[in-house]
Design a protein. Sequence first.
Length: 109
Amino acid sequence: MQKQMIYTNTPDVPGREIEQVLGIVTGNVVQTKHVGKDIVASFKTIVGGEISGYTEMLTEARHKAISRMVQAALELNADAVVNLRFTTSGIMKNASEILAYGTAVKLKP
């Protein structure tokens, strides 16, 4: 059974005390959308509104990045990741990177 990981965008875990800082952990994913969906998205820019294909793509990428960050924290035997942040960047045409990063910590029992 895999250990449950706490992750938060706050500098601490409410009600818990940090015993040890283990270091920075990251998880990233570079993702692109199917050409057909790019064509649909280009039409959407003309009429306006949400481009749901890209919203779904970025949501999926964010979940993958978090999962990879959590895996890195588990490898350090962390109990939690604090100060979780995200950053995005364009890598090439139609491809974006999502990076999740934070500080892996051990919590006092």
